[in-house]
Write a protein that binds this ligand. Structure first.
Ligand code: FAD
Ligand code: SF4
Length: 443
């Protein structure tokens, strides 16, 4: 197992961040599963990026066949437990449920999924056995959801799989990024360990594949390489004063609160810059870590925010306040942040413009920048013949996950530019199949 995160720290986080979707007990699961209509051509299943047979696993839960239910889930999605906890079910399976369409509360599909898969992990059920070794090997770069899903798929076909991970733990952003009130560190790590035990891929930690030499060594040793490298650090806003203490990137801030000891409160007044889901997470987490006033400041209107409505609602319930049509122009303060200077904006003929003379300053002692993550361009530049699109996303064949360099395949955030765990799980599995297809054709 990985050099695990300090267990006391994990417990601290579990106390600080009670789960918003707690595990069901057996009566709740029986009641909830009894509500399912077991629809034909079930819309919930069609809305799932990994096409889990949702009515089937709900029926299995209802019949008391918990192992069968977990098996149904894992056959479609290797990250079945993590996804049950962190998926935006409100806009995927539960959003598509026929009950939602009738304005009745949707089936609690995510929590039912966890009811089955938690049991499978706790009792160490075995659903898969890898084929005998086929004599070929694949390197997977990145032990996030995409890399782990790809490794599982390849092991089923008998490949030797080595997963190289830059950090000391697996799970990628499911561990280091996802809000701690959605999934605990322990849960994120346990699912990977559950998979490692039954699939038998090798996890090599603290090994960043960073240089051309690293890449060439992998090319010499492995038949194919999967890139599950995700995205990079938080993007800069490129305004004056960004280098001050207490002006931090959202992903770095969240990683720190999930993996390092934290002194509460993190700050008294926090301003989060951005309007996406990461901004909402960072804001909610700041409130939960004792901040008195937390503002999410977005340069466009409330309706134009990229965050899901339920993520914004969740932030507002904790006391976060949204301020719209204000763009940051300078981070104020001596060495440490003392506030942010904004300018008011408006949209005219579809174009966002600053309103001259409307500048004002809002005080704060922590600025969190949540305006996106950088792409891993310098790592990708080490690999010959890789095509990326104008935004820096890796280009692949949608059917196989193969990149423009035939020995390289890719999936997850590095390809889609940043989506959800379930998309990375789907992309990794698809590329695993693509690699098998590609290598099987070679003599
Ligand atoms: C703050 C935040 C909150 C989120 N919340 C949710 C949520 O609630 N629900 C949801 O479904 N999704 C959420 N997401 C998105 C989700 O976490 C990602 O879509 C998903 O983790 C992508 O998986 P991946 O495997 O492609 O990349 P990652 O999870 O980023 O994993 C990539 C892995 O590769 C490693 N790596 C990178 N480069 C190298 C290298 N050169 N050598 C070796 N290892 C390397 C990294 O250390 C990392 O472990 C969130 C994202 C963020 C940033
Ligand atoms: S759409 Fe709703 S009711 Fe129909 S099968 Fe899916 S979960 Fe059950």
């Amino acid at each position: 197992m990985a050099e695990t995160i300090n267990p006391h720290l994990s417990q601290d986080n579990e106390r600080r961040f009670p789960q918003i979707k707690p595990l069901m007990n057996s009566s709740e699961a029986y009641y909830e599963s009894s509500r399912c209509l077991f629809c034909y051509n079930a819309p919930c299943m069609l809305a799932c990026p990994t096409a889990i047979d949702i009515p089937l696993f709900i029926r299995q839960i209802n019949n008391g066949n918990l192992a069968g239910a977990a098996n149904t889930i894992y056959q479609s999605n290797y990250l079945g437990n993590t996804c049950g906890k962190v998926c935006p079910t409100e806009v995927l399976c539960e959003g598509a449920c026929v009950f939602t369409k009738a304005n009745i509360r949707a089936l609690d599909i995510g929590r039912l999924q966890n009811y089955a898969t938690d049991n499978a992990i706790a009792t160490n059920q075995k659903f898969f056995s890898p084929a005998s070794p086929n004599g070929r090997s694949v390197a997977v770069i990145g032990a996030g959801p995409a890399g782990i899903a790809c490794a599982c798929e390849l092991r089923l076909a008998g490949y030797l799989v080595d997963v190289f991970e830059a950090k000391a733990n697996p799970s990628g952003l499911a561990l280091h990024g996802v809000a701690p009130y959605k999934i605990t560190n322990r849960e994120a790590l346990m699912e990977v360990e559950f998979l490692r035990q039954q699939f038998g891929f090798n996890l090599i930690y603290n090994k960043r594949i960073a240089t051309q030499q690293d890449v060439e060594e992998l090319e010499a040793k492995y038949n194919a390489i999967f890139l599950g490298i995700g995205l990079g650090n938080s993007a800069e806003i490129k305004i004056k004063g960004e280098d001050k203490g207490n002006c931090v990137g959202a992903t770095e801030f969240i990683e720190q609160i999930k993996t390092m000891p934290i002194v509460e409160p993190v700050a008294k007044n926090v301003i989060v810059l951005g309007g996406g889901n990461t901004a909402m997470d960072a804001a909610s987490e700041s409130v939960r870590l004792g901040a008195e006033k937390v503002i999410v400041a977005y340069r466009r209107s409330e309706n134009e925010m990229k965050a899901y409505y339920f993520e914004y609602d969740l932030a507002k319930v904790t006391g976060v306040v949204g301020k719209f049509n204000i763009a940051p122009v300078e981070i104020m303060g001596e060495n440490e942040v003392s506030g942010v200077k904004f300018i008011r904006t408006e949209t005219i003929n579809g174009k966002l413009i600053n309103i001259a003379g409307s500048e004002f300053v809002m005080d704060c002692d922590l600025v969190i920048k949540a305006t996106g993550q950088l792409k891993q361009t310098s790592m990708m530049a080490n690999i010959k013949g890789l095509n990326v699109d104008v935004t820096g996303r890796l280009m692949i064949d949608e059917e196989t996950g193969q990149t423009s360099n035939p020995r390289y395949f890719a999936g997850g955030d590095a390809v889609n530019g940043g989506a959800e765990v379930v998309n990375a799980a789907a992309g990794g599995k698809l590329a695993g199949k693509g690699i098998h297809q590609f290598l099987s054709k070679l003599t």
